[in-house]
Every structure is written in C-alpha cells, then in structure tokens.
Design a protein around this ligand. Structure first.
Ligand SMILES: C[S@@+](CC[C@H](N)C(=O)[O-])C[C@H]1O[C@@H](n2cnc3c(N)ncnc32)[C@H](O)[C@@H]1O
Length: 233
C-alpha cells in the first residue's frame, strides 16, 4: 500500500476537500452561461434546496463539477444517465456538453419524471434532454448508442449489469462515470453492517470489473461517496 493512502483518508482532509470542492459549483453558473446569484447558478441552487427539503439523493456538488468537466472535455453527442431524480445531473451534463449534445435520462418514479421535466423546461433544455419514464436496465438495453458518456447513478445492486450492457455501447472515446461506488466506506470494510452487505458486495464487484475490463481504463476516486471513472480503450 502507498504511504499516502492513510493521508488521503484522514477525516480532517476529507472534510477539507468536501468544503473546498463544494465551492466548485460556483463555476457551473459560468460554464452554463447563466447569471449567477450570490455566486451560484440560481436553478441548481433551487434544485439543491428542493432536494435537501425532500431528502432526494441528487448528485453531490463536487460530483456535478466532475461531470461538467468530463462533459466539457469530451464534448459528447449522446449522454445517457441512469437515475434522473429531479434532473440535476442531467441539466449539468447537458449544459457542459454543449449545444450538440443530447441527454437521455431514465427514472422509474413517475412523480420524479414530472418534476425533472419541469426543471428541464425551466433550464430551456427540453429539446436536448429526454427524461424517460422506465426501468434503467430495460431502457439501457433499448439504446443503440454509440454512447459518449454514460452516467451511472441508479440501483447499486445493478451497477455491474449496467456496465455489462453499457460498455459495449460506448463510442470509441466513450466514458463511464459511476457515483457512490464506495458507499459510505462500506465497500472497503471486511464486515459491513448486515443491512449494507449486499449493496457493498455488489459495488465491490462493479469496482473490480470497471478497473479490470480489458476494454476500459478505469479508476475509482475518493470524491464524494466514491466515483468510478473509465474510458474506452
Ligand atoms: C441517486 S438518484 C439520481 C440522482 C441524479 N443522477 C442526479 O444527478 O441528481 C437515483 C434515482 O434512481 C431512481 N431509480 C431507482 N431505481 C430505478 C430503476 N430501476 N430504474 C430507473 N430509475 C430508478 C430513483 O428513484 C432515484 O431518483
């Protein structure tokens, strides 16, 4: 093990990074070309407040920033997101990817589909973001591709299946981002609590697969709740 591993995981450093990277959302307003209010993109700030109020599990701000960076770098034509919630990630991705990009995002709860469509309309992105009402696996199977950016943020026990279906559909320089892959640290524990064991085991299998597949170059980053990032090779 590297000597620095302990330093990365120290709690004070984790809190420092969380506070520091939390500020990165300020850049999202500029990247989206919208006027900031109190330094923030007003729509994203409104969505974060709504999610906090309702306990909705939207992406962490620092993960949103990573998504924006990846989308801006890759300029994807087709982005697929598994797990829409209220559309926070989809809006960040569509804005950062630029005018040429289309985002297909999948959500199975009808009330969230409606809410997400409302925010997407408010963002002026209804033509570029399609919020599909359906189950992640079935909808991913239906998409022909090529997928330039696949954002996995849905049922943790299904991550490996998303990878198996999604990886062959990636474009030549396609990228996968997957959130929550360290699952509050449980994935690295020898004996996670029984209530989390199945999820931790499934995410562990996903992490091994995304870094081990011969068609991908993948890493797992200790950002937010753990983010896997992989590019097709
Ligand atoms: C973590 S949230 C997604 C957050 C979103 N990606 C973002 O960036 O804000 C996961 C979402 O997946 C939805 N979901 C759960 N099971 C699903 C399934 N089998 N198919 C589609 N959506 C599902 C949940 O209702 C929830 O809204």
């Amino acid at each position: 093990m590297k000597n620095a591993a302990d330093a990365i995981l120290r709690p004070e450093q984790a809190s420092y990074l969380e506070a520091l990277n939390g500020q990165s959302v300020r850049a999202l307003a500029a990247m989206a070309g919208v006027s900031a209010v109190d330094g923030r993109d007003p729509l994203l700030a409104k969505m974060e407040a709504r999610a906090a109020d309702r306990g909705y599990p939207i992406s962490d701000p620092e993960v949103a920033c990573l998504l924006a960076i990846v989308a801006r770098l890759g300029r994807p034509q087709l982005v697929v997101e598994l797990g829409t919630n209220i559309g926070y990630g989809a809006i960040v991705l569509a804005r950062a990817a630029g005018e040429g990009a289309r985002v297909v995002t999948v959500e199975y709860r009808s009330e969230l589909v409606e809410e997400a469509r409302g925010y997407v309309a408010e963002a002026g992105l209804s033509k570029r973001i399609e919020v599909r009402h359906g189950m992640a696996i079935q909808e991913l199977e239906k998409i022909d591709g090529p997928i330039d950016l696949l954002y996995v943020d849905c049922v943790k026990e299904e991550y490996l299946r998303y990878l198996e279906i999604g990886a062959p559909k990636l474009s030549e320089c396609g990228v996968i981002v997957a959130d929550n892959v360290l699952w509050r640290g449980h994935v690295a524990r020898e004996n996670p609590p029984r209530s989390e064991a199945e999820r931790a085991r499934a995410l562990g299998a996903f992490n091994s697969a995304i870094v081990g597949r011969p068609d991908l170059c993948g890493v797992v980053l200790p950002l937010g709740d753990g983010v896997a990032l992989a590019a097709r090779i």
